[in-house]
Design a binder for this molecule. Structure first.
Ligand code: COA
Ligand code: AMP
Length: 636
């Protein structure tokens, strides 16, 4: 492991302790959590690579996030501060109120037969009730699986089929700048498509839209939850799953990342203090969505586990109503640490390049701005730093890890910021960069970014119902290492630089999407014989998907109509979040002689990188066809 330079001595000591005295280190970290039964072993590695943190222990995550704060006298403190510029409303929910909402909802779920280990799919917008739903599941030991609202019915159906939930919790609508987005028709379509039949749907009718309810299956939240009995917290094993969160893999079938209860609670509480500098009573804001891992870890569980106030924001960085929203909200609610995606800062910078909105606002409360979800280009980081006059902290992690792998420990031992780098490995993670043969590369040399096993607490335990895919996807390339899927390098001070993905995953406005899934959808069109999708650079969203399709022989369709139909198809099958607008027909795709599409070479052409043409290319002329197609779409 390459450790930090002259700065970061405390962090270095922590890294060494977490490595050499691992069990003791994580036992001490676990002291901030209330356990129902203590553990037998801090780390049970007897079934490696399926590691079990805090084996033998029992706890309840909801108890730790809610009830114990009420018991400790924090009942009147705001637990969730909801701010919704899109509905022009706000609401402060105290820990005591949160306990009431969650215990009733848990009571209702129990009354319809949801028990420990049952799955509950949650398809909801950014409202406090979504957090209640997650916590209510945790309270009774049910496993929630939140699906992001920007996904289409088909994506929801895929997740329903995989998770096989007993119940589904939804709302009548989400509110986007474009207007009210009805969720219920999407929900009904998904349930229609899914082969797994869901017995109960609980639907929260928002004032903006009333959902059409199906008798027997659908239940109106406001009619059933308020009169449900309050129910207490059920102890679960530390190793029992808390949630499943689906994320894009390289195939169209998403991966169900499984998170446990015990390791998750310890890791998140550790990170709130050490990474984000958040202590009980502080205000923390992650401007993301509960449908993503950032929302799970840092809108719901992390801040609540440490007794902080979590700000839950239903709006956008720009347009709701303007590029000053973030700064006004930080000032108004006294936000100490703020987390968003670089794309949000790029959107603000585009609308307000001189930071006029920032100038009149007192941001004394703000300690640092944290950025993650995609690579943060130095221009964006420098702009935010200059305009805010605050540390801007890039940090790197994934749905799979659940909490930061590389970060500047702002609550412990900040090190100098190097723009372009998410700083150094967080204690507990042994990050290395390996070449194709598994050798560690020299400093400043690119390779595959890996983490030595065992991963620390709070990271994925497996993929839902698919241990083999877990092994194949993450553990098979290098014995004893977890493959992150990212490529990058470490510098001589142990600063990590994440440069790109090594697989077919793209990152659109901080949203992780699979090009394989786009290709599957494009091939559903009658006119399309074959499709290749790559990520191309975009100044706002980081990357955008770009599709090249080969038409079936004898197809007669204009380019304009083809584009219109394919864009609509992707929107209806994957969802608006795909932001798919770039597509054109091409006579032939570049392939190897064995028929493998040369997506990497296509990406190099689109990015104007030096071309490494494989010797096995079937027809070099196809590269000219790609150049022409890209030029038609504005990527010359
Ligand atoms: N429910 C329904 N639709 C949703 C949705 C949701 N929860 N979230 C997004 N969408 C829709 C949007 O309305 C938009 O639809 P449109 O094509 O009809 O306009 C589409 O999905 C794309 O949304 P988005 O990615 O938000 O892009 P945008 O162009 O509306 O806004 C930004 C651009 C940069 C402002 C926006 O992407 C942003 O705030 N990004 C922050 C990223 C982030 O938080 N990432 C999470 C990981 S940390
Ligand atoms: P997700 O699982 O959706 O959180 O996406 C995780 C992926 O986003 C990572 O594997 C990276 O490819 C990318 N990513 C997240 N944060 C960063 C960052 N700070 N710098 C570079 N890439 C990042």
């Amino acid at each position: 492991m390459r450790l930090g330079g002259t700065m970061g001595t405390v962090a270095n000591d922590m890294r060494i302790q977490a490595l050499t005295d691992r069990d003791d280190y994580w036992a001490r970290a676990a002291a901030v959590i209330d356990w129902h039964t203590p553990w037998d072993r801090v780390l049970d590695d007897s079934q490696a690579p399926f590691y079990k943190w805090y084996a033998g222990a029992e706890l309840n995550t909801c108890y730790n996030a809610v009830d114990r704060h009420v018991a400790a006298g924090r009942g009147d403190q705001t637990a969730i501060q909801y701010v919704s510029p899109v509905t022009n409303s706000e609401l402060a929910i105290s820990y005591r109120e949160l306990q009431l909402h969650v215990s009733k909802l848990a009571g209702y779920l129990h009354s319809i037969g949801v028990e420990k280990g049952d799955r509950v799919v949650i398809y909801m917008p950014m409202i406090p009730d979504t957090a209640y739903a997650m916590l209510a599941c945790a309270r009774i030991g049910a496993i929630h699986s939140v699906v992001f609202g920007g996904f289409a019915a088909n994506e929801l159906a895929t997740r329903i089929n995989d998770a096989k939930p007993k119940a589904l919790i939804s709302a009548s609508c989400g509110i986007e700048p474009s207007g009210v987005v009805e969720y219920k028709p999407l929900l009904d379509a998904a349930l229609e498509q899914a082969s797994h039949k869901v017995e109960h749907c609980l639907v929260l009718n928002r004032p903006q839209c009333q959902a059409q309810m199906q008798t027997g299956r659908d239940h109106d939240w406001d009619s059933v939850v308020p009169q449900a009995p309050q129910i207490g917290c059920v102890p679960v094993a530390a190793t029992d799953p808390l949630y499943i969160l689906y994320t894009s893999g390289t195939t169209g079938q998403p991966k169900g990342v499984v998170r446990d209860n015990g390791g998750h609670a310890v890791a998140l509480a550790w990170s709130m203090k050490h990474v984000y500098d958040i202590n009980p009573g502080d205000v923390f804001w992650a401007a993301s969505d509960v449908g993503w891992v950032v929302g799970h870890s840092y809108i719901v569980y992390g801040p609540l586990l440490v007794g902080a106030t979590s700000l839950l924001f239903e709006g956008k960085p720009v347009g709701t109503p303007d590029a000053g929203t973030f700064w006004r909200v930080i000032n108004q609610y006294g936000v100490k640490s703020f987390f968003t995606a670089p794309t949000a800062i790029r959107a603000i910078k585009r609308e307000d390049p001189d930071g006029e909105f920032i100038k009149g606002i007192n941001l004394d409360c703000l300690g640092s701005l944290f950025l993650a979800g995609e690579r943060c280009d130095p221009d964006t980081l420098n702009w935010a730093h200059e305009k805010l006059g605050k540390p801007v902290i890039d940090h790197w992690w994934q749905t799979e890890t659940g909490w930061p792998v590389a970060a500047n420990l702002m609550g412990t031992d900040p090190v100098p910021v190097k723009p372009g780098s998410p700083a150094q490995a967080v204690p507990g993670y042994q990050v290395e960069v390996l070449d194709e043969s598994g050798e560690q590369v020299a400093a400043n040399t690119s390779g595959n970014v890996v983490i030595k096993l065992p991963l620390p607490p709070g990271t994925l335990t497996t993929l839902w119902g698919n241990d083999q895919r877990y092994r194949d996807s993450y553990l098979s390339m290098y014995e004893g290492y977890y493959l992150t899927g990212d490529a990058g390098y470490l510098d001589e001070d142990g600063y990590l630089y994440i440069m790109s993905r090594i697989d077919d995953i793209i990152n659109v406005a901080g949203h992780r999407l699979s090009t394989g899934r786009f290709e599957e959808v494009l091939c559903q069109h009658d006119a399309v014989a074959e499709a290749a999708v790559i990520g191309v650079e975009d100044k706002l969203k980081g990357q955008l998907p770009l599709g090249l399709v080969v038409l079936r022989n004898g197809t007669n369709i204009s380019e304009a109509q083809l584009q219109q139909e394919l864009i609509a198809l992707v929107r209806s099958e994957i969802g608006p979040v795909a932001a798919f607008r770039l597509v054109t027909a091409i006579p032939k795709l570049p392939k190897t002689r064995s028929g493998k599409i040369l997506r990497g070479t296509m990406r190099q052409i689109a990015a104007h990188q030096p071309l490494k043409i494989p010797a096995t290319i079937e027809d070099p002329m196809t590269l000219e066809l790609v150049k022409e197609a890209l030029a038609r779409l504005g990527y010359k």
